[in-house]
Design a protein around this ligand. Structure first.
Ligand SMILES: O=C(O)c1ccccc1NCC(=O)[C@H](O)[C@H](O)COP(=O)(O)O
Length: 228
């Protein structure tokens, strides 16, 4: 991975937003596939056009997927990477043998900043996915929204002091996600020093629709930080 903080714009639901994110300078785009608790989720069929588009390496986000469904997803979409929102060490071991050219990313969820964290458990998950052969981890926030637990797309920050330590000690490249937006992205990059940032709701006009102004404001801040 080249120097400078990478940017993944996630929760892309349509081709125009994929084009916009690429034109504004994002490095990756993310599409949530068949995730019941996401308002931005697409079926494999709906996601096909975005994965076939030429804009940016595209990551498929999945939750509690079977190996058979994972094979179907990979053969249909040919993603740059698969990002697992639930624990997936066993799937990663199997998938790496059959699809060595496809990156396997693991989301690791922390609670919102004002809640207690089980740090040894988080460190164990990092170790587990590293041993399994994952290429990258994403430290994201899980939170209860409107009565149900959401593993991503929450707009909530976790404890960035803790993430700073986790990133520093992580054996894999680590991205920061959760509640990043144009007004806090400079602090996120300068303080946590992640290999990349991953965001969704902070650059939207409404759920599932990206905002050109917010994307542009975000990328201006990222470029300033990357130039320091
Ligand atoms: O975006 C969603 O709707 C979503 C729902 C369930 C799981 C993951 C989801 N998005 C994945 C992402 O990678 C987001 O960029 C990440 O969770 C951060 O979201 P946000 O706090 O909205 O920036």
């Amino acid at each position: 991975m080249k120097a400078g903080c990478k940017v993944k714009i996630c929760g892309i639901t349509n081709l125009e937003d994929a084009r916009l994110a690429a034109a504004e300078g994002a490095d990756y785009i993310g599409v949530v596939v068949d995730v019941s608790f996401s308002p931005r989720s697409l079926t494999i069929e709906q996601a096909g056009k975005i994965f076939a588009s030429p804009y940016r390496p595209t990551v498929a986000l999945v939750h509690q997927i079977s190996f058979t469904k994972l094979e179907l997803l990979i053969s249909s979409l040919k993603p740059f990477a698969v990002q697992f929102l639930s624990r997936a060490a066993d799937l990663i071991v199997r998938a790496k043998k059959i699809y060595p050219g496809i990156q396997m990313w693991q989301s690791i969820h922390l609670p919102p900043a004002d809640e207690q964290v089980n740090r040894p458990e988080i460190e164990r998950l990092v170790w587990e996915c590293s041993e399994a052969g994952a290429d990258l981890v994403v430290f994201d926030t899980a939170a209860v929204i409107s009565g149900s637990k959401r593993f991503g797309g929450t707009g909530r920050q976790s404890n960035w002091q803790l993430v700073q330590q986790l990133v520093k000690n992580c054996p894999l490249p680590a991205f920061l996600a959760g509640g990043i937006n144009p007004s806090n992205v400079a602090q996120a990059i300068a303080f946590v020093k992640p290999a990349g940032i991953d965001l969704c709701s902070g650059v939207e006009a409404s759920p599932g629709q990206k905002s050109l102004n917010k994307l542009r404001a975000l990328m201006t801040e990222v470029r300033k930080e990357n130039a320091l």
